[in-house]
Ligand binder design. Structure first.
Ligand code: AMP
Ligand code: MG
Length: 426
């Protein structure tokens, strides 16, 4: 017997799980092959084409980690304080051949090369100066406060793998190796459209039944965080022929075309038909909420060179945000030749009850706070709607509720993903 339901996710046929969709993307997308030498100063956000092998040791020489006194540990008294003569001085950046003699200490500063023969440095705060020498306390281990050549990075070792996305921290490491250029994959070119007769451009007057286009700026920002080149191709009307032409045109000069809106099964949802007329659909429904209608296709010609990947996201901004992060982001990383990434999920305690449908992955917008017993607790945002864009700035991130779960109760643990991690900030 037919059942009536107000669940807009009740749908004919099985949907693809998010994991299956991500696996299909990995399997069907080939990374761009072109590489280029790029100055380190403009490499942030880009993807390494080849592993990087350390050309030098770091530190390049043994040096002091503190301001203090360098000694030979063997010269220290076996019990109690040791008095030593201060026989020289070494500052960072000054190279001087000072060999340490028996019973001698050398005044040394952070980053200065260790004197020949010295193996231990006392912090100046732990020492006393007295006429004729320095008094060193007992109990310091051999090697203390001394940084050895190559202990941070050993010359010849792999420091970064091919496919690493370069954050400021990676740039810092490469610079510490003295490298000025790196070999990167070329940037991915992404075309971005919004679809919908109701959409108006920011800065334009708003018609009676219109809303401003939030998705293009939102998705452009997320794409830029992944180091891609974004072409903003504006708003497309709900018209299948026009959509087909626009998609085919964009496919010629881009690696990926992304749209939002018009991908459900409503009568004014023309994206699916348009895609099928100029490409081949791989899937268009994923068991994810907010989200569900997410199209993945290949647009254009018979050869890989004339093809572009396509992702059609739902129109509601929160659904567009979540599906971009979970479907388009892995797609972009794969195209760009980057290593796959899973956003770090951290267990927190739920402060709320939540019912969900088994078989579907759900993302709940939550704020975190520390409860009186010290645990981190997540509270759900008061509005659930996939169109409530203000929820994304009023909360800290998402609880990821797995397919196997049907109910979350207060006090239960659930996995939290911060927005920065979700978007792939590096
Ligand atoms: P659709 O997926 O086209 O059925 O759109 C679902 C909802 O999202 C509708 O209320 C649309 O008006 C809204 N929407 C679609 N595209 C955008 C956009 N670019 N910015 C803001 N809201 C949008
Ligand atoms: Mg629409």
């Amino acid at each position: 017997m037919a059942q009536l339901t107000d669940d807009c996710f009740a749908f004919d046929g099985p949907m693809m799980t998010l994991a299956e969709a991500q696996a299909q993307i990995q399997a069907r997308i080939t990374p761009v092959q072109e590489t280029q030498q790029v100055a380190l100063s403009v490499a942030r956000g880009r993807v390494l084409a080849a592993e990087v092998i350390a050309p030098v040791n770091l530190p390049p020489f043994d040096n002091s980690a503190v301001d203090g006194y360098a000694v030979r540990h063997a010269d220290l008294a076996s019990a109690g304080e040791t008095r030593m003569l201060v026989a020289g001085r070494l500052q960072a950046g000054v190279h001087r051949d000072i060999a340490i003699g028996a019973g001698e200490a050398i005044r040394i500063f952070t980053g200065a090369p260790m004197p020949e023969g010295a193996d231990t440095v006392f912090m100046q705060e732990d020492c006393r100066l007295e006429a004729g020498g320095v008094i060193l306390p007992p109990g310091l281990n051999r090697g203390a406060n001394c940084r050895l050549q190559g202990e941070d990075v050993a010359k010849g070792h792999v420091i970064l793998k091919a496919g690493t996305r370069l954050g400021a921290q990676h740039i810092g490491l490469l610079a510490a190796m003295g490298l000025k250029h790196v070999e990167l994959r070329r940037r991915i070119r992404v075309a971005l459209f919004s679809t919908g007769d109701e959409l108006a451009e920011a800065g334009q007057p708003l018609g009676a039944a219109a809303i401003y286009d939030a998705n293009r700026p939102l998705l452009a920002g997320m794409a830029q965080m992944l180091g891609v080149e974004v072409t903003d191709l504006g708003i497309l009307a709900d018209d299948e022929a026009l959509l087909s032409r626009a998609l085919a045109g964009a496919a010629q000069s881009h690696d990926l075309v992304v749209t939002s809106g018009g991908v459900s099964t409503g009568e004014a949802d023309y994206v699916k038909g348009a895609v099928e007329s100029v490409g081949t659909m791989a899937f268009w429904r994923i068991a994810i909420k907010p989200g569900r209608p997410v199209a993945f296709a290949v647009l254009g010609g018979a050869t890989p060179d004339s093809q572009a990947a396509f992702a059609g996201l739902p129109g509601n901004p929160v659904a567009a945000f979540i599906t971009f992060a979970q479907v388009v982001r892995p797609l972009i990383l794969r195209l760009a030749g980057a290593l796959p990434e899973q956003p770090l999920a951290i267990p927190v305690r739920s402060a709320f009850a939540y019912r969900k449908k088994e078989g579907r992955r759900e993302y709940v917008r939550v704020s975190l706070r520390r409860s009186s017993d010290g645990a981190i607790e997540a509270s759900k945002y008061r509005q659930d709607g996939a169109g409530v864009i203000s929820s994304l700035t009023a909360t800290d991130g998402l609880l990821e509720l797995p397919e196997s779960m049907s109910a979350l109760e207060p006090g239960m643990q659930a996995n939290f993903i911060s927005y920065a991690a979700f978007m792939g900030a590096i």
